[in-house]
Design a protein around this ligand. Structure first.
Ligand code: 13P
Length: 252
């Protein structure tokens, strides 16, 4: 049976005091479970402080994006090695906000995924369709394109330590959630694409759902056979909300 990963994407929220309070709340209520793993992805400036606060706890650390370059004259960029150096184990790549607001193409996302692996990080590849794409019947085409860009770059072996997050763009921050059945359908599709390359990787990789996950819809989603946890935005900013989701995961 696969683990359940509950990952908080804090996006561009928080400050030193609020982060510390949020983490203290989370650390005080981590549910006891062999199967549930917790991850927080704070903004860059707070990574080192968060790493210190979660040391000796089961909570793991990730970043929200990474440079595709290993080092050099790339003003403002942050390399995978730097993220490792301050205690990250994971990094999100290709979040829909990066794709839509900052123009990250699938090729750029693939380059970041590759850079993350080379820097010793576990990439969490985010894929998902917009409402217009879903209504046009293009959901699978979009997801295939986003996945294949990375597969072409790193091969299936590159997914051995990775995580995939299916986040329908229309469900992010909107309060609209894919039904467990809608999400399961796409999760199974993602796993089947990977299985066509390597059955073992497909069987073991965690595929998270993201998009308005809350304590009261997590059970339905996480009970689905191909949904291995959640990538949580809004509900990761309040300890009680995040813990409600983690507690649901631990009860399954
Ligand atoms: P919400 O949980 O706020 O919908 O955000 C989801 C998300 O984008 C996580 O990466």
């Amino acid at each position: 049976m696969r683990d359940i990963l509950v990952a908080g994407n804090w996006k561009m929220n928080g400050d030193a005091a609020r982060n510390s309070e949020l983490l203290a709340g989370i650390l005080a209520g981590v549910p006891v479970s062999d199967r549930v793993r917790l991850l927080v992805c704070p903004p860059f400036p707070y990574l080192a402080a968060v790493a210190e606060q979660i040391a000796d706890s089961p909570v793991e650390l990730g970043a929200q994006t990474v440079s595709e370059h290993p080092s050099g004259a790339f003003t403002g960029e942050i390399s995978a090695a730097m993220l490792r150096n301050v205690g990250c184990s994971y990094v999100l790549v290709g979040h829909s906000e990066r794709r839509s607001l900052f123009g990250e193409s699938s090729d750029a996302v693939a380059a970041k995924f590759s850079a993350a692996l080379e820097g010793g990080l576990r990439p969490i590849l985010c894929v998902g369709e917009t409402l217009a794409e879903r209504e046009a019947g293009e959901t699978r085409i979009v997801i295939d394109r986003q996945l294949n860009a990375v597969l072409e770059r790193v091969g299936i072996a590159g997914f051995g330590t990775a995580v995939v997050a299916y986040e329908p763009v229309w469900a992010i921050g909107t309060g609209l959630t894919a039904t467990p059945e809608q999400a399961q359908d796409l999760h199974r599709h993602i796993r089947s694409i990977l299985a066509a390359h390597d059955a073992d990787v497909a069987e073991t990789i965690l595929i998270l759902y993201g998009g308005s996950v809350k304590g009261d819809n997590a059970a339905g989603l996480f009970s689905m056979p191909d949904i291995d946890g959640g990538l949580i935005g809004g509900a990761s900013l309040k300890a009680s909300d995040f813990l409600a989701i983690a507690t649901v995961a631990a009860s399954l």
